[in-house]
Design a protein around this ligand. Structure first.
Ligand SMILES: [Zn+2]
Ligand SMILES: [Zn+2]
Length: 335
């Protein structure tokens, strides 16, 4: 089969043996796999090994079933939860399978979805209803990340929430917050294309942070935020975000950043603020995201700005380093 593998400093198309299912696993024909900024960072920072098949946001169709597998059939459309989980260690019991050391994670340290086929443990499959395009399975992973971050913000009807940075995760955060009933979702971003995408994703107000600072926006509207989802990883944004929170508000840091942020301890304590980190998701978030995707919400499917073949993935990952006008790119391995 064809797959995109890591090589020194980048990725390239390669021919690999077709995977076989483990006794407790299946083989999925990948219908679509989302290109993710974290793949770009993994390659750039050398956090991946040569020959690794990346791609952790994928869906497809079951084409082969392992001998000990019950309940899955050839032809079933599925979304793949890339995170392996033992289900019993301290981290798994606390809803943090991404910290579980026991099992490999697909597209991270086990073969992923930038390939025609992927071997997947049956325990990591979530069924899509029959008739739902298997391609939609690729939408579940980033929506699961956003669903968890929105839940950690603890917001709902009556609240105002700022989404800072409207890349793939920020855009999915807008969708997840509106689904949670948040009245006022403000998206803030720098790229024209992504700000337009934020409005299409359901943001009630979209601001350009190069033209108006967050503090100026709050001063002009008179409404501070009940929560901020910080999805930009831009230097200084945590400090800025905490300054526009209402009393008791929560700042959820979603973007992975190497930055040592300055946390304003005065407002943190005096105004009862919360600063929390949100990484990946638990299975419940992923299952909720699949249910949302399966409704055919056009705000989810509408995030795709480009579809590329496997052969075009290496070049598209390079373009993702400076995403500017890219919203969300899907690899379609069978094209
Ligand atoms: Zn991702
Ligand atoms: Zn575990």
């Amino acid at each position: 089969m064809r797959a995109v593998v890591c090589v020194a400093g980048g990725t390239e198309l390669a021919e690999l043996p077709d995977p076989r299912p483990a006794p407790d696993g299946v083989v999925v024909e990948v219908a679509a796999c989302g290109l993710c900024g974290s793949d770009v960072h993994a390659v750039e920072r050398g956090h991946t090994t040569e020959g690794q098949v990346l791609g952790h946001e994928f869906g497809g169709t079951v084409v082969e079933v392992g001998r000990d597998v019950d309940g899955w059939r050839v032809g079933q459309p599925v979304a793949v939860d890339p995170l392996g989980s033992c289900g019993s260690c301290r981290e798994c019991r606390r809803g943090m399978p991404f910290r579980c050391a026991a099992l490999p994670n697909l597209g991270i340290n086990a073969p992923g979805g930038y390939a025609e086929y992927a071997a997947v443990p049956a325990a990591q499959l979530v069924a899509l209803p029959d008739g739902v395009p298997a391609e939609w399975g690729a939408h579940a992973e980033p929506l699961a990340v956003a669903t968890r971050a929105a839940a950690l913000a603890g917001v709902g009807p009556g609240d105002a929430v700022l989404v800072l940075g409207v890349g793939t995760i920020g855009l999915n955060a807008v969708i997840a917050l509106k689904a949670a009933g948040v009245d006022l979702v403000v998206g803030a971003g720098r790229s024209v294309t992504r700000r337009r995408a934020a409005a299409l994703a359901g943001a009630d107000v979209v601001i350009d942070t190069r033209e108006v600072s967050l503090a100026e926006h709050v001063a002009a509207t008179g409404r501070a935020f009940d929560a901020v989802l910080e999805c930009s990883a831009s230097p200084g944004t945590v400090t800025e975000a905490m300054a526009v929170l209402a009393s008791g508000g929560t700042c959820v840091e979603v973007a992975l950043s190497g930055e040592a942020a300055a946390v304003p301890l005065g407002p943190l304590v005096g105004a009862g603020l919360t600063l929390t980190g949100s990484c990946a998701f638990a299975r419940a978030d992923f299952t909720a995201a699949v249910a949302h995707v399966a409704t055919g919400d056009p705000r989810v499917t509408g995030l795709i700005s480009e579809r590329v073949s496997l052969a075009d993935v290496p070049a598209a990952l390079v373009r993702l380093r400076t995403p500017v006008d890219l919203v969300r790119v899907l690899a379609l391995p069978t094209t």
